[in-house]
Design a protein. Sequence first.
Length: 427
Amino acid sequence: MKKIVNIPRGTQDILPKESKKWQYIENHLRKISENFCYKEIRTPIFELTELFARGVGDTTDIVQKEMYTFLDKGNRSITLRPEGTAGTVRSYIENKLFADTIKPQKLYYIGPMFRYERKQKGRYRQFFQYGVEVIGEESEKIDAEVISLAYNIYKSLGIENIKVSINTLGNPEERNEYNRALINHFKKEIHNFCEDCQNRLEKNPMRILDCKVDTKKELMKNAPKLLDFLGEESKKYFKKVLSYLDDLKIKYEVDPNLVRGLDYYTHTAFEIMIDNKDIELKTLCGGGRYNGLIKMLGGPEEEKGIGFALSIERLLLALESENIELNINDKIDIYVVSVGEEANEYSMKLTNLLRIHGFKAQNSYFDKKIKAQMKMADRYKAKFSIIIGEEEIKDKKVTVKNMENHNQESIKIENLMNYLEEKIKGE
Ligand code: HAM
């Protein structure tokens, strides 16, 4: 036997048993999105590399270390999307969605993203993000709505142990001033910090606060706080967002060290964390406002945006560790059992007819003993089985068996669809 080719590291196969859960979650996400009046946008899985370098930020871990980038046959640098915001904003600008009569545009997406990260439970190299972006206008109400949408997703699935961590990153001028203060604060001791932090000092000092290695250092604990650098406008905006969250009864905690790993954020930034000791990566979801991004990618300056994204993988892990079972229906309606050549041939036609009538139906492909066929009906979790033998063919009848209570009835072919309609669809 030849050596098998394995799946690439950091990716997963979603097998039929699991894909039912994925479909359930995806349908749930679509339903909630529609309830909040968001519409789906589908952008390419790969984009020109420059989009992410400009959009996500040259100094971020994503752009520096994690992108799947290659030259295509036309010598263009292409990158598999590491996240959905940059592509959505690109599409918004390129397709002039800002000229639409509905403002802001409320968009959502579901699809695979790619980051070359260290594999861990909850961290993959291909993962599926659901995200939303609200682009065009700015209002504290929009920020609160976006956070409440994220919060509702978990709550509506029964995940109770969650908390919103929230911070404001101010406007670009306030951030610049804050960054200068951080450089002054860290520079004398920076040689004692990890290599990443040393690199971040000049390029992106706020990210030092996000370091997972040097968290215990004294300089980290007494670092200047961004809140002290905010002007009145930014403070007022943040306060209003928080008061809307209070109105919506959303549990949150202001975390002045929350800086997020992407460069485009301004003002509101948030993450949703799960409080469960069995989960290693507790951040289920993250997002925030990105007022400068539309301009940075060539769009109109006055356009503002906010959004968040979560991965379906982490959502499923959260459900599992909270012992929440999804209400998944993997039953079929009818399994058709047939004995004898004529009945076998007829079973194929009948199954086809049942499917056209909207029933989930399967027949036995092989002329096996009735017992073996009934066993298969059980494995398929059929609600009913239809049994056809020579006699049934002769009398133009079939036997319909309720697989739960084992009741059997003989039904004329001409009445079969109505009978099943009543029994199955009328349930
Ligand atoms: P992010 O924080 O990089 O933000 O990712 C958002 C979420 O995607 C994370 O909270 C996590 O659930 C999931 N995620 C990220 N990387 C992985 C991975 N390697 N494996 C599994 N799940 C992962 C963004 O991507 C921003 N685009 C969010 C946003 C939208 N901000 C504004 N709009």
